[in-house]
Ligand binder design. Structure first.
Ligand SMILES: Nc1ncnc2c1ncn2[C@@H]1O[C@H](COP(=O)(O)OP(=O)(O)O)[C@@H](O)[C@H]1O
Ligand SMILES: [Mg+2]
Length: 231
């Protein structure tokens, strides 16, 4: 079954009586374990599309089907379960809470998990080790570099064992080398855990790492013909 099906999705924002079509009839089928990159100019609708996929922004029309179920027909409980347990979000900035340690930041999403993450501390240790920060559990975000903070954000996105990871320019403010490290880490997660990865990136070089490449322009989506190179 298609993991995620996006059907004729549109989002219009209204400012006073003026409508802005941020997403314009986007359709897309995504299989489990796909790695998709989305590029496009600022304002082309990438963040809006990710927010709708992630269950945090209702579309104006169209549907998101997750394993065949229409996400925006879920009641509030099921929708929050979808957000908390099926989706892992990596935002443009690492968005860690500065007054919490790395460990505490990682535990935050588990509070909202409905399937109950068992052995939280063990899971936490495993993911911190995987992103190469096993020794930073009790550090505060301000004691970490930008790349390390991003690694914490990736580990945090994994905590509730999601099926889909959405990354909104997760390497945007990092230097090139760190950027590639983070990309390699995301690729590894995609490959080893078969987690569907949808990554918005401003960098066409990084976008090439994806098996499927898409471009957004004024709310419309087009597939970029791949060069055949896969993960
Ligand atoms: N909350 C909002 N209210 C009104 N307009 C918005 C809002 N969010 C985004 N927009 C507009 O929608 C369009 C798409 O924005 P966005 O999805 O953030 O694009 P991108 O992530 O590609 O830069 C832009 O024209 C932006 O100004
Ligand atoms: Mg954006």
């Amino acid at each position: 079954m298609t993991h995620l099906e996006i059907k004729e999705l549109s989002k219009v924002y209204f400012i006073e009586d003026k409508g802005i079509k941020a997403v314009d009839r986007v359709s897309l089928r995504i299989d489990k374990g796909d790695f998709i990159s989305i590029i496009g100019h600022s304002g082309s609708g990438k963040t809006t599309l990710l927010s709708i996929i992630g269950g945090i922004l209702r579309p104006s029309s169209g549907n998101i089907l997750f394993n065949g179920d229409d996400v925006y027909r879920f009641d509030e409980n099921r929708l929050s379960e979808y957000r908390a347990d099926r989706i892992g979000y990596i935002f443009q900035f690492a968005s860690l809470l500065p007054v919490l340690t790395v460990r505490e930041n990682l535990l935050l999403p588990t509070i909202f998990s409905t399937n109950g993450v068992h052995n939280k501390e063990k899971v936490l240790d495993e993911y911190l080790g995987m992103v190469g920060l096993g020794d930073k559990k009790n550090a505060y975000p301000s004691q970490l570099s930008g790349g390390q903070q991003r690694r914490v954000a990736i580990a945090r996105a994994l905590m509730n064992d999601p099926e889909i990871i959405l990354g909104d320019e997760p390497t945007g403010d990092l230097d090139e080398e760190t950027e590639q490290d983070i990309m390699d880490l995301l690729k590894k997660i995609n490959l080893e855990r078969n987690i569907t990865l949808i990554l918005v990136t401003h960098d066409t070089g990084l976008a090439k790492d994806a098996a499927r490449r898409l471009r957004m322009d004024h709310g419309k989506m087009e597939e970029i013909r791949g060069n055949g190179r896969n993960k």
